[in-house]
Design a protein around this ligand. Sequence first.
Ligand code: PLP
Length: 371
Amino acid sequence: MSSCKPVRPEPRAEVMAIDAYVPGKSAVAGLAKVHKLSSNESPLGPSPRAIEAFRANADQLAMYPDGSSWLLREAIAKRYGLDAEQIICGNGSDELLSLLAHVYLRPGDEGLYSQYGFLEYPIAIRAAGGTPVVAAETDETANVDALLAKATPKTKIVFLANPSNPTGTYLPFAEVKRLHAGLPEDALLVVDAAYAEYVARNDYAAGVELVSTSQNVAMTRTFSKIYGLANLRIGWAYAPAHVIDALNRVRGPFNVNGAAIAAGVAAIDDAGHVAAAATHNARWLPWLSAEIAKLGVGVTPSVGNFLLLHFPRQAGRTAAEADRYLSARGFVLRGVAGYGLPDCLRMTVGVEAANRGVVAALAAFMAGGRS
Ligand SMILES: Cc1ncc(COP(=O)(O)O)c(C=O)c1O
C-alpha cells in the first residue's frame, strides 16, 4: 500500500530541532503605555543626530545602499582605532553570529558556548548543521575550565558573550585570554561584546587586542544597545582579514540598509550621547540592584544595562506571578525560562520613572499585594 504522506519540500532535520527565538514582549493588552524593559534597549534612545541622519536618508529610498557599508566601517574604525578592512557590518550582530556559524561549522562539528549564553548561539550552531555543546557556568558566570573541558578536536566555533546576556556577568580579560590559549587553533573564538560600552571595570576588555594578535578570534559589537538603534539592525565584527574575507563571500550583498549606515555614522560621531547613556546606566544599575535586593529578590551582579532578578519558589512570589503583576502595571520585563532560569526575570535599566516604578511595584508584590 502506498503511503498517503504528501510529497513536499522538507527542511533539514536540524532546522526543525531549533526552538525559534522568542523576543521580549513589548505590549500589554489593555494598556496604552508601558515601560518596555524586556530587550535591553537604551532608555535614552538614539542620538538626535542619528534621527536627523535617518530622516535625511528618506529621499534615497529608491537607491541601493553601499553594499560595503564603507562610511560606517570607516567611522567605526576611527572611533575604536581599528583597521576598516578588518571590519564587517551586519544586519544586527545577530546576522554576523549566524554567518560565522555557517562559515565555520561543517556537519558534525561542535559549537561551544556556556550555560546561560545568548540563545542565538544554539540557533546559529544548529542552523549551520553543527552540534551545540554547553559548558556549565559557576555563579551564573562563564567558567573557562568548564569550557575548555568541553573543547574537542570537533570544536570549530566558541561563542562567549562578554558581558553575558541574560546574566549580566563578565569574564576579566585575563580569563578570556586563558580561554583562547586553551582552545584548538582551528577553532574560532567569537567574543560577543554587545554590552561592552556599559562595562566600567579595569580588568575588562572587549577583545580588540585578542583579535589583533591572533588568527582565530572575532569580536562582534552592536548599535542596538548603548547607541539606541536596535530598530535599524546594525552590528559589526572586527576579525582577522581571512575571517572578514570569508564572511563577505556569504553575506547578503546589501545587508545593511542606507538609513542604518547614515544613522550609525551620525550616532558614532555623537560621543556625548553615548557618554550620557553610560552615565545614566552607571547611576541606575547600582541603585536598582540595591533597592531590589532589599525586597528579598535576588540580584545577580551585573556590568551590563540589565539585571537578572531571582524570585522565590513560594506561591504568590514566583517569577511568573511577578511577571504578570508587573505587566498589569505597565512594566514589561523578560521571562528567561527559555534560558533554564524559570525563577528569574530580566529587567533592562529604564528611564527614572520606570526604575522607580518597578521598585515600588516589586515592593508591593513582595509584600503580598495582589490587587
Ligand atoms: C549578547 C548579545 N549578543 C547579540 C545580541 C544581538 O544584538 P543585535 O541587535 O546587534 O542583533 C544581543 C541582543 O540582545 C545580545 O544580548
